[in-house]
Design a protein around this ligand. Structure first.
Ligand SMILES: Cc1cc2nc3c(=O)[nH]c(=O)nc-3n(C[C@H](O)[C@H](O)[C@H](O)COP(=O)(O)OP(=O)(O)OC[C@H]3O[C@@H](n4cnc5c(N)ncnc54)[C@H](O)[C@@H]3O)c2cc1C
Length: 443
């Protein structure tokens, strides 16, 4: 069967969501068929070129950046199959998370958990270990039950726990280095609703109760503005699909989400970026106004919210049992350094999984995320957070900012060498390896 020419877009400057990575690829491919994706890999291999896939471009690191060929799978989206009885769902790799709920609704299914936003592609989300919060739930990579992959050699393979297990384990969180993911099979669950409550509470109490509260609620997290005494607690419980929807009047929600959480907050952050002493007052005000109205709605409508104020972010996975100690260390450090920032820390929890390169591999984990407005210098603050958390065997989120390389990362992941062995087998010529990937993997 002959391959139709691969749709190509005029190369133009690209950037990730936060603007921390900017590059212009030599060419930009937008395949719509599997054969075109395979042809692109063959061509890159023959030319000795490098190729990276870009999903939603929402990683904070230059994971998708590449000077040669960048491929988007935006033209390769949709549902391949869904089985309501088993909950197994196969999606094309480019499918955006915001589109998944509509695809699954006719089958009575939903994603078992989601993160804060829904702009990512499903392949991008699993390749970096994207997660939400919930002590009984893993991140996206832990939900993967099968993958269809185009390897750099041009072979197309199906991998699962039963079929080429090593490839499956490496590729389900593969950083885009194990091949181009074509299809993802996920374990989904019967569709459900969530009842969300948000409240403003004392940070000492919230910190002390976090492990217990998160163990007894479905989805529990909190935000803390450094330098303030207040935390915003966000808790969602799963309820039957038949439970009545309840939301604030649209105008009230718009006021909270668009005006307070995004519009006014953006103005305040910009002001503080220009006049840093304003950071303290901004954090004080924001910590009082951050909690939004509660609601009961379909799960995907509760998990994800618009994030229009751009920021840089680092996120660290700590073994859950070290959370209190690690959080205390951060609080002490912030006092010592007089830290005043406009963005809160975000604290979430997930269960351990068995994915080789997952930040929660083999460990019940608490995530501590730090953010800085995109107009501010983020590196000194985020690096301070990294250094403070390093003694707690903190693993950096693969899609967020950090300053670790292969030498440190290999000590944090017991299966790091196994991952590298699969990478070498599947991409012997290093087609998928950019300088940033070499820095991460030491290749
Ligand atoms: C505002 C915002 C909110 C966020 N919230 C959360 C959150 O709540 N929880 C969380 O864990 N993370 C969160 N993230 C991080 C984000 O989920 C991850 O960085 C995710 O990888 C982004 O997905 P993407 O589709 O944009 O992938 P990209 O950033 O485009 O790519 C990520 C990686 O996946 C690879 N890739 C993409 N498609 C394929 C494919 N088909 N085959 C092989 N490799 C592929 C790329 O090459 C790259 O290595 C957030 C990011 C932002 C900007």
């Amino acid at each position: 069967m002959s391959t139709r020419p691969i749709p190509t877009r005029k190369p133009r400057p690209l950037r990730n969501w936060s603007g921390s990575a900017r590059w212009t690829p030599g060419e930009m491919l937008r395949p719509t068929e599997e054969t075109q994706i395979v042809a692109a890999l063959h061509r890159a291999r023959r030319a000795g070129a490098t190729l990276r896939v870009i999903g939603g471009g929402h990683s904070f690191t230059p994971l998708a950046a590449c000077d040669d060929t960048v491929m988007t799978l935006d033209g390769y989206q949709g549902l391949v199959r869904a089985d309501a009885a088993t909950g197994l769902v196969t999606l094309r790799a480019g499918t955006r998370l915001w589109a998944v709920a509509d695809l699954l609704r006719p089958h009575g299914l939903a994603l078992s958990v989601m993160g804060d936003i829904d702009r990512q592609s499903i392949a991008g989300a699993i390749q970096t270990g994207t997660h939400g919060t919930g002590a009984r739930f893993t991140g996206f990579a832990g939900m993967v039950r099968g993958l269809r992959i185009a390897l750099a050699t041009g072979d197309v393979v199906d991998a699962s726990p039963e079929q080429d297990r090593e490839l499956f384990e490496a590729a389900r969180l593969g950083l885009g280095a194990i091949g181009v993911i074509l299809e993802v099979t996920l374990q989904c669950v019967p569709a459900y609703r969530l009842t969300l409550r948000e409240s403003t509470e004392n940070i000492d109490d919230v910190q002390t109760r976090f492990l217990d509260d998160s163990a007894h609620t479905d989805h529990h997290e909190f935000f803390w503005f450094p330098g303030t005494r207040r935390a915003t607690v966000r808790t969602s419980q799963r309820v039957e699909l038949a439970t009545a929807r309840h939301r604030q009047h649209r105008a009230v929600e718009a006021l909270q989400r668009e005006v307070l959480a995004n519009g006014v907050f953006e103005v305040c952050c910009r002001a503080a970026a220009l006049v840093p002493p304003l950071s303290g007052p901004v954090a004080e005000i924001a910590s009082r106004a951050f909690a939004g109205p509660g609601m009961t709605d379909d799960s995907h409508r509760v998990y994800a919210a618009p994030r229009r104020v751009r920021f840089h972010e680092s996120e660290w996975a700590i073994p859950a049992e070290h959370f209190e100690e690690a959080f205390d260390a951060l609080r002490r450090r912030f006092i010592d350094e007089g830290v005043r920032v406009t963005f809160p820390l975000e604290i979430r929890r997930v269960s351990a999984d068995d994915v080789w390169m997952s930040t929660a591999s083999g460990r019940d984990s608490v995530y501590i995320a730090a953010h800085r407005h995109h107009l501010e210098r983020s590196a000194p603050y985020l690096l301070m957070v990294q250094r403070t958390l390093e003694p707690f065997a903190a693993r950096p989120h693969w899609g967020k900012m950090h300053w670790l390389g292969a030498r440190e990362l290999c000590r944090l992941y017991p299966r790091f060498d196994d991952f590298i062995a699969v990478r070498r087998r599947t991409d012997p010529d290093g087609i998928l390896m950019t300088p940033y990937m070499r820095h991460l993997l030491g290749e």
